[in-house]
Design a protein around this ligand. Structure first.
Ligand SMILES: [Zn+2]
Ligand SMILES: [Zn+2]
Length: 83
């Protein structure tokens, strides 16, 4: 008796395509949000669109940056006045 073992090829097409974490659409072009580190399509990538779980830390980050920029500008302004 002969046995032929056929190796089945695993088809990834049904499972392999990543889905957007927001609208659940399958999409090849997913980008990860740098705040909550989840993958989203380009439409849902904005923090407002996917109601980012880390929106607070994002706001904080931007506030910090804004303050830093303000301080930098102030320093430049003071220097200009002194001259
Ligand atoms: Zn989406
Ligand atoms: Zn996010």
């Amino acid at each position: 008796m002969r046995y032929v073992i056929l190796k089945k090829k695993t088809i990834y097409s049904n499972h392999g395509m990543p889905r957007c974490n927001c609208c659940r659409k399958k999409n090849h072009l997913l980008m990860s949000c740098k705040w909550c580190v989840c993958d989203f399509c380009t439409i849902c990538l904005a923090v407002e669109s996917h109601q980012c779980a880390n929106i607070e830390s994002m706001k904080e980050h931007h506030l910090k940056k804004l303050k830093e920029d303000l301080i930098k500008h102030k320093t430049v302004g003071v220097k200009v006045i002194k001259i």
